[in-house]
Design a protein around this ligand. Structure first.
Ligand code: SF4
Length: 128
């Protein structure tokens, strides 16, 4: 569940701390994702598979077909492809790729130490 407005401020998730600013709730989300939490990412992936008509690639959803257990996004060493040089990366640590958002369950990228050079996903595309 993305960060959303609630009475008294902003919250990430269905329950828990309410922050006065959106930035506070986004920081909490980043910390939770950075700890490895993915919510029901696997269930979302299975639903994406279920919608896939493998016989007609034009009808596939944003996500390609991956083997079970495949991690669409992961921590990477510095120096290669990463969010920092991807056209989907937005300031503040978010991603505008609909496919990544579907897999991740949020537009907030789980950046290690909030460093966009240390994370990448299969949805990476070069900056033009
Ligand atoms: S590398 Fe993946 S997660 Fe990072 S900005 Fe690009 S599409 Fe989004």
């Amino acid at each position: 569940m993305p960060v959303h407005r609630v009475a008294g401020g902003w919250r990430w998730g269905k329950s828990g701390k309410v922050y006065k600013s959106r930035a506070g709730a986004e920081r909490q989300a980043r910390a939770i994702y950075a700890s490895g939490w993915r919510g029901d990412a696997e269930a979302r992936l299975r639903r994406a598979y279920a919608r896939t008509d493998a016989a007609d690639p034009r009808r596939r959803p944003g996500l390609p077909i991956y083997p079970p257990g495949h991690k669409v996004g992961t921590e990477v060493p510095e120096g290669g492809s990463s969010c920092a040089n991807c056209r989907h990366y937005k300031e503040g640590g978010t991603c505008d790729s609909p496919a990544f958002q579907e897999w991740n369950g949020s537009d907030i990228i789980p950046l290690p130490d909030e460093d966009p050079t240390r994370y990448c996903s299969d949805l990476w595309e070069p900056r033009k």
